[in-house]
Structure formats: structure tokens, C-alpha cells
Design a protein around this ligand. Structure first.
Ligand code: ADP
Length: 322
């Protein structure tokens, strides 16, 4: 079967549209017939599967999100609905399925793969949280970091004018990657993430000294995982006597014009996914490590916790010490 389909599952990220464009172009180049599954696993169950062509991907590369929709599907957790999904794929002679999503989506993909022998699956890590084990990079991370960077740069303008502290909460679920890289690259004075212990007493000592030296504002970046954004804002007032405002960045981190890096990574991820399927691999995830792409089994990425690199963590440990 030379028919191939793609779907987006879980949270959307910027770069998915670039991936869809590459998917149509590269699968056709390889003599395959491309299909879009609209609305993730929900669409797979409900047979929202349509042939895709160049006209479906014209003009989408610069848009965030995904033009074919995504979803979370509780029905897909049930075997009967997955059987329905397989029936729909078989009816269209689809022998390959590419899944853009996070580790939950890959667990779903594995379940589907376990139920059939004649369809091969390939996953492309796509989440702004960068919390997928086995890959250093997931699609959408760079765009999210750039959105955060623009936001913090803008907040710094008002923080410095007003002499205020800002406590900026980033997404990332249980992973502090976004918060750490955003804090480092935006020049924040405080960074709190679940992977590193922190000492507010030491921050207080250093910040008071800086205030004595004339410093009038601070930027704190905190990971949503810690659930302490308000506590930190109160800390500024009670311990340093400085007004603090909270900025929860929220879903703007998921959208926006995809960066060059994410567009290019989308192209590479899809190329590797299709090549891997054509090589006859049954069920894999395309990973990016040490400057190159590699293929991993789903259990190597979906059933373990991710880790931030030691190099980044060691930079993070310097926070609060000066
Ligand atoms: P992400 O892929 O971003 O981690 P989720 O964890 O919400 O997002 O998973 C996306 C979807 O993948 C779920 O809504 C569900 O349809 C499917 N899925 C997740 N885990 C399983 C599982 N154990 N069995 C079947 N499907 C699953």
C-alpha cells in the first residue's frame, strides 16, 4: 500500500503547517498518495480522512497551529474506537501513518500499531514543552521560546521604567526547559524550575545588595510546574519592599509565526519519517540528538521522563548566587 496519512494530536505547535507542506510534497515525490486526517485521533475514528494535494498546503507555512486541526480523544483510549480507526485506514488502503504529537499521542500510536500488521507508524515529537525523552528537540520549541523572548523584552521595558518586579510564568508542564532557556536568553534575574532546588534567602541577600547598588527592577521567570507564581510576587513585596506584577504567558506561547528553525526542523522530521516508513520500520519516533536525526522505538520515548541537559542545568544553578 502506497497511501500515506498524517495527523496532529495533542497540543498544537508552530511548525506543524510546515510539516504538512513537506508531507504532501515529499510523499508525492516518492510516488505515494498523501492523505490528511482532520482533527487528530477523533478524526481517525470519525473517518475525517481526505486526499491531500499541493493546493491544501499553499500559503500555510507562515501560520502557527495546524490547518488540519488537532484533538485530545478519550474515545481513542478504548479498543473498539481504535478498531474503528483501523477500519477507516484499511478502507482507504493507507499503509503508513505519520503522527505529530507528544508522548501521549505516541502511546496511542503504539496501541494502534499493536492491533495491526499491515500499517506502519512514525511519530514526530511536537510539543513546546520539550519534555519528550529520547529527543533533544521537539517541533515548536524554538517558536515558543521566541514568543517568550519577545514578551520578556517588552515587559523589561515597562519594568525598568516603573521600578517594578515582574514574575513571568511559562508553560512546560512538569518540565522546566522553556523557563530555563527563556530566563537565560532574556537576561532574567531569577529562574525557578522543578529540576533545580532554589533558596529564596540567597536571592534576597543578592537582590538587596543589587538594590543598594541602584537596581530598580527584577525579572523572574518561573515554570508553571512549581505553581508558586503568586507566592513569588508576594515575596518581592514582603521581603524586598518592591511592587511585583504577575504575567502568565499562557497560550500565546503555542502560537505565532513559526521560526526559520522550526520550519526547517519540520521539513527534516517529515523527510526522516517518510524515509523510515519506506525502509519498512513498523513503529518508530524520529528523534534529534547531537546535531542529527535518529530513530527510536516508542517505548524509548513515551514511557520515561525527559531530562534537561547537564550543560543547561549548570547554567541554571548559577541563579541566586550573584
Ligand atoms: P500529547 O501527545 O501532547 O502528550 P496527550 O497526552 O493529551 O497529548 O495525548 C493525546 C492523545 O493521545 C489522547 O487524547 C489520546 O487520544 C491518545 N492517547 C494518549 N495515551 C493513550 C493510551 N495509553 N492509549 C491510547 N491512546 C492514548
Amino acid at each position: 500500500m502506497k497511501n500515506i496519512a498524517i495527523l496532529c494530536s495533542g497540543g498544537d505547535v508552530s511548525g506543524m503547517n510546515a510539516a504538512l507542506k513537506r508531507f504532501v510534497e515529499y510523499s508525492k515525490l516518492k510516488g505515494m498518495l498523501p492523505y490528511f486526517v482532520y482533527n487528530g485521533y477523533e478524526g481517525l475514528i470519525d473517518n475525517k480522512i481526505k486526499k491531500a494535494d499541493y493546493c491544501d498546503v499553499a500559503g500555510i507555512i507562515s501560520r502557527g497551529g495546524t490547518s488540519i486541526g488537532t484533538s485530545r480523544s478519550s474515545r481513542f483510549m478504548e479498543e473498539t474506537f481504535r478498531e474503528q480507526a483501523l477500519k477507516n485506514l484499511h478502507a482507504l488502503n493507507i499503509g503508513y501513518l505519520v503522527v505529530l504529537g507528544g508522548d501521549g499521542s505516541f502511546r496511542g500510536m503504539q496501541k494502534l500499531s499493536d492491533m495491526c500488521d499491515d500499517i506502519s507508524f512514525s511519530g514526530i515529537p511536537s510539543t513546546i514543552d520539550n519534555d519528550i525523552a529520547g529527543t533533544e528537540y521537539a517541533l515548536g520549541v524554538d517558536t515558543a521560546l521566541n514568543v517568550i523572548k519577545f514578551s520578556i523584552d517588552a515587559i523589561r521595558d515597562t519594568a525598568s521604567s516603573f521600578g517594578r518586579a515582574f514574575v513571568i510564568e511559562t508553560m512546560g508542564r512538569e518540565c522546566g526547559y522553556l523557563a530555563l532557556v527563556a530566563a537565560l536568553t532574556s537576561g532574567a534575574e531569577m529562574c525557578l524550575i522543578p529540576e533545580l532546588p532554589y533558596d529564596l534567602g540567597s536571592y534576597k541577600k543578592n537582590f538587596l545588595k543589587q538594590m543598594d547598588d541602584g537596581r530598580e527592577y527584577f525579572i523572574s521567570v518561573v515554570s508553571e510546574a512549581l505553581n508558586n507564581t503568586e507566592e513569588i510576587a508576594t515575596w518581592y513585596k514582603s521581603e524586598l519592599g518592591m511592587e511585583a506584577r504577575i504575567m502568565v504567558l499562557g497560550h500565546i506561547q503555542r502560537g505565532g509565526n513559526p521560526t526559520v528553525h522550526d520550519r526547517l526542523m519540520a521539513f527534516h522530521f517529515v523527510t526522516h519519517a517518510i524515509d523510515t516508513l519506506l525502509e519498512g520500520k513498523k513503529s518508530t519516533v524520529i528523534c534529534y540528538n547531537d546535531g542529527g536525526f535518529d530513530i527510536k522505538k516508542i517505548e524509548e520515548v513515551s514511557f520515561r521522563g525527559s531530562k534537561i541537559s547537564e550543560e543547561l542545568l549548570s547554567l541554571g544553578r548559577e541563579y541566586g548566587s550573584h
